[in-house]
Ligand binder design. Sequence first.
Ligand code: FAD
Ligand code: SF4
Ligand code: SF4
Length: 573
Amino acid sequence: MNNFFSLPEGYKNEEMEADILIVGGGSAGLSCAYQIQKKFNELKSVNDPLVAGKEAPMIIVLEKGSEIGAHSLSGAVLNPIALKELIPNYLELQCPIESAVTGDSVYYLTQSSSLKLPMTPPPFKNHGNYILSISKFNRWLGGLCEAQGINVFPGFSAVEALYEGNKIIGVRTGDKGRDKDGAPKTNFEPGIIIKSKITIFAEGTRGSLFKAVSKKLNLRKGKNPEVFEEGVKEIIQCEKGSLVPGQVIHTMGYPLSKSIGGTFLYTLPEDKIILGLVAYLDTKDPYLDPHRELQKLKTHPFIQKFIKGGKVLAYGGKTLPAGGWYSMPQLFGEGWMVVGDSASMVDVQKLKGIHLSMKSGMLSGEVALESFLKDDVSENFLNSYELKINQSFIKEELYKVRNFHQTLSKGMFSSLPMLALQELTGGRGLFDKLPVHEDAKTTATVMEIWGENAGSNKDLKLPPLDGHLSMDKLSSVYLTGTIHDEHSPNHLLLQNADTCRSVCEPKYKSPCTHFCPAAVYEMIPSEKYSDQKELKINYTNCIHCKTCDIKCPFENIDWTPPEGGGGPKYIET
Ligand SMILES: Cc1cc2nc3c(=O)[nH]c(=O)nc-3n(C[C@H](O)[C@H](O)[C@H](O)COP(=O)(O)OP(=O)(O)OC[C@H]3O[C@@H](n4cnc5c(N)ncnc54)[C@H](O)[C@@H]3O)c2cc1C
Ligand code: SF4
Ligand code: SF4
């Protein structure tokens, strides 16, 4: 496995020490780091005895993207509740807000018409919220952290958590400069062992380290499994003078026919538009392809009104956790805590997680600082993080929608009475703690979903592509700026190639070749087995959305962090 090649002779892993190590430089990790330093400064300024004679903790933030923000992708409509608490003078500090929300509406789309809901349902109301680019926002937040003296290290993938018994004592970062087979190249640099009193997992959706930690420490016992949505998004330059900024529009219905999901359209200054589509990954459809659905969406007359004559400037894709309250794992243990998307803290009804990730980061930061100052990293002490979550707006918000995903999964219309009942009963409904199915277990065969004539079904066809407003996946990937060294090891670890060839392709038509938003997977004629196809993995295209790790029906792919600095280079997503 690429992250576990043994070190060549003569090399050893350098060691570093930190007081608080944060894995992941997204809104959760950066808010955590900022809050630690801010609270420390506050205690110093009032001569609190807790900090008497003490230096600020040494904080390290590791980020696998080439720079902060390079792997950040979101809608993104921000509820500024956590931002206002963390950085009250955010406007003065030039927080990169694109627009305040000036209007919101919801539409139902059929194939050729649109129906506006007479009033915007409360979860879709966005008065007081901001539209922004999470990539720009995180870069701004990262800059503020650095200005506070926090060590922010982009270009470093954490590949392994380090233990002493069940206590987490830090991580190892990945080696750099290995060739395809793992052999060292001339620029080889071994990974670094970073030992830390406290480690905070802020890896975002389907964190790869935290996935392994959860398994080893059995952190999901008694919880619902993690479930996800897959989202794709484009930024489109529209015709001059055609848009009023600040509009937030959500649609349901077309183009998704076999999966639950919806679309979002946000208008920005300078006649730019954010257009995106999200789909539940518990779909039975083996042909789910959000990129194709997004291209279809753009042909709809309602959407055409906004984008006709426009040009796609940026593209990206990412999963987001959808299970909410009942899918949250144990949040702390000896020497560690978990925050944000890695802990499933997303309000999936509102499609919002940034404020929750920031707040969880802030709360974990407060606990980490106290734990550092009192020199106590025991599970007992870090328990106060979970208590703080339970007393915060995180619980208030997520608990109200604790059965939402499970119910909506049953069908857009058939779920409406149950969703209404949940609204009336504070999220309870008729039955509480509705179960969920793991996304990997729900895929049905092509025959079951599409019947015999799938090949000729027009729902599965891409519309005619013009190369600037509608495009194929490879052209879209080009817009993400994705780079992985083609002479580095494949980070997408295939467990069993025979399963792809002899079971998955014949019955399921290889769902990864459809759901991957970056054309990484391809079935090519087998040289060894006549009339059969083999999986080819174009791993250099990977945009780190994590769908393959979640949705392969045979759990045949293990997504591992590639060499630090690889992956997309998002600028304004
Ligand atoms: C399509 C879509 C639309 C959305 N729309 C909205 C919206 O409108 N409003 C809203 O509030 N929320 C929205 N969300 C959800 C929101 O984006 C997330 O909840 C939020 O960004 C999560 O922040 P995070 O810090 O937990 O994770 P992330 O922002 O994903 O940050 C995690 C970081 O950790 C890094 N990382 C991961 N693993 C490692 C490793 N092993 N080593 C080093 N670094 C690592 C990653 O590169 C990444 O930068 C949307 C999400 C999607 C996908
Ligand atoms: S990786 Fe998974 S989805 Fe892809 S062909 Fe193999 S078994 Fe099927
Ligand atoms: S290979 Fe996997 S993680 Fe990478 S873009 Fe495709 S589905 Fe997403």
